[in-house]
Design a protein. Structure first.
Length: 88
């Protein structure tokens, strides 16, 4: 429970808590990138990189559909890098 609370309130990484509109937050809900991407195509590469960084930071699991979608999207983002610092 303590780890889940720390994840939900992570302020240790700039990309962990990104301000978005309430509408965007509701449309995303708890969907992963295999099911939802931001409406603005120009931020897809950044979104995918931040999603991967957060998963790596917290050692989160990803199902096969999520991994396949992330790989497909990453292939179209050759200039994007993933940077993260693992949670202590």
């Amino acid at each position: 429970m303590q780890r889940r609370e720390a994840y939900a309130n992570d302020q240790g990484a700039a990309t962990s808590l990104v301000a978005v509109t309430a509408r965007s937050n509701r449309s995303k809900a708890d969907q992963d990138p295999a099911q939802w991407l931001p409406p603005a195509a120009e931020v897809h590469c950044r979104y995918v990189a931040e999603w991967v960084a957060t998963n790596l930071r917290w050692s989160l699991a990803a199902d096969e559909a999520e991994v396949a979608a992330l790989r497909e999207m990453a292939a179209g983002c050759p200039e994007q890098t993933v940077t993260y610092e693992p949670v202590a």
